[in-house]
Design a protein around this ligand. Structure first.
Ligand code: S3P
Length: 431
């Protein structure tokens, strides 16, 4: 396990590009694997989660090569059984989407992952897949990975999501591509819309309607046509720089080409409400941030699907704000890569933040400018977003912070420390 040390220090300045969006990257790989012919993908996430999905589509028979300009060329359309179990690593998105895609295939596959994946709830995808007639099997009490999926013969269903989850929506829509008729997913509140956006862009008959306060997405069976896709920058990674530049006085940062579609940029609205100077440049799509004095806010449960991965880093912003910030309805954070309500409470707590998790709420009592934040020895708990959130908090602490388990960052953002050093200029500051 590696440790990483962050020194507090001066302003962050400059422009960086974050990795390609992780959610989009998983989905374009899966669509390319299904498309009969050659697809080209540029700007794919370089994180370990997406590398696992790439290895899996290759193991299933997709031919993967490089384009002259460093992109990825994938010839799909001819998937067959792999000769071993498919390892998603740490990726909940990988395992849940692939469970849907592979359920529709006429061969069986075993999907497995690391210890964290083996603890995370899979019943939420096994239930709708069973309702479609898929012979899926879980382990343990029947709802855990490893999962055995595949066999085809799926029926189209209408499924109302019991939890707001783009992974479950994506799973059902991917299975719907191999069903015998249309499949509809009903959501109380729109979760990230990458599956349906990318399916539509690759020629699949999929449509979303809003009726009676519900979002309905219907997909018809079919296969994508081969495509070219440039993956936009990941807003969830941009959020670390948005908060870092907001809280470190004198900072001015732009983050290049960030995805701005539905249910991904809720953190920008929350930061603005807190007084942050953050905006999207109308021409370039860059996210522009300047340091500002922050005040506390209430993040309502309805907002959570649009910022679900950004709560840990928003808690860091809240720690540096004047007054209390409450995150309502954030119970889903308990079943992420770590129990993020517990790990935010324990690790930011070690750094002197007044933060408490109660059932499905998180309450942070901030101090202007992060006064009282102390450098500490913290633990990532195998969770990339906890590691990076603590590193950002360390920028305004009163001494060095050491993050144990820093290797978790490679899951989504292997270049985070280099980007931090670049934004801090020649003196670096991050060891
Ligand atoms: C994702 C959906 C979200 C998010 C995850 C990526 C996706 O998970 O937390 O990082 O790509 O569909 P849930 O579907 O569990 O909310």
């Amino acid at each position: 396990m590696t440790a990483h040390r962050v020194e507090p220090g001066g302003p962050l300045r400059g422009r960086i590009r974050v990795p390609g969006d992780k959610s989009i990257s998983h989905r374009v790989l899966m669509l390319a694997a299904l498309a009969d012919g050659m697809s080209t993908i540029r700007g794919l996430s370089d994180g370990e989660d997406v590398r696992c999905t790439l290895r899996i589509v290759e193991a299933l028979g997709a031919e993967v090569g490089r384009t002259d300009d460093g992109g990825l060329a994938i010839r799909g359309g001819n998937l067959g059984p792999a000769d071993c179990s498919l390892d998603v690593g740490n990726s909940g998105t990988g395992i849940r989407l692939l469970a849907g895609l592979l359920s529709g295939m006429d061969f069986r596959s075993v999907l497995d992952g690391d210890e964290s994946i083996r603890r995370r709830p899979m019943g939420r995808v096994l239930d709708p897949l069973r309702a479609m007639g898929a012979p899926v099997e879980g382990s343990g009490d029947g709802s855990l990975a490893p999962l055995t999926v595949g066999g085809g013969g799926l029926s189209g269903i209408e499924y109302r999501l019991p939890v707001a989850s783009a992974q479950v929506k994506g799973c059902v829509l991917f299975a719907g591509l191999s069903a015998d008729g249309p499949t509809t997913v009903v959501e109380d509140r729109l979760s990230r819309a990458h599956t349906e956006e990318l399916m539509a862009a690759t020629g699949i008959d999929v449509a979303r309607t809003g009726e009676g306060g519900l979002e309905r997405t219907t997909v018809h069976p079919g296969r994508p046509t081969p495509f070219e896709h440039d993956v936009a920058g990941d807003p969830s990674q941009a959020a670390f720089w948005a908060v870092a530049a907001s809280i470190v006085p004198g900072s001015e940062v732009s983050v290049g080409n960030v995805y701005q579609g539905p249910a991904r940029t809720g953190f920008v609205d929350v930061l603005r409400r807190m007084g942050a100077e953050v905006s999207h440049a109308p021409d370039s799509g860059d996210l522009l941030v300047r340091s500002a004095d922050l005040v506390g806010t209430v993040v309502a449960a309805e907002e959570v699907p649009g910022l679900v991965d950004e709560v840990p880093i928003l808690a860091v912003a809240a720690a540096c704000a004047d007054g209390e910030t409450t995150f309502e309805g954030v119970g889903e954070l308990r079943v992420k890569e770590s129990d993020r309500l517990a790990t935010v409470e324990s690790e930011l707590g070690r750094m002197g933040v007044d933060v408490h998790a109660e059932d499905d709420r998180l309450v942070v009592r901030g101090r202007p400018g992060g006064a009282g934040l102390r450098g500490a020895h913290v633990d990532a708990h195998h969770d990339h977003r906890i590691a990076m959130s603590c590193a950002v908090a360390g920028l305004v602490a009163d001494g060095p912070t050491t993050v144990d388990g820093w290797d978790a960052v490679a899951t989504s953002y292997p270049g985070f420390a280099e980007h931090l050093a670049a934004l801090r200029g020649a003196d670096g500051g991050a060891g």
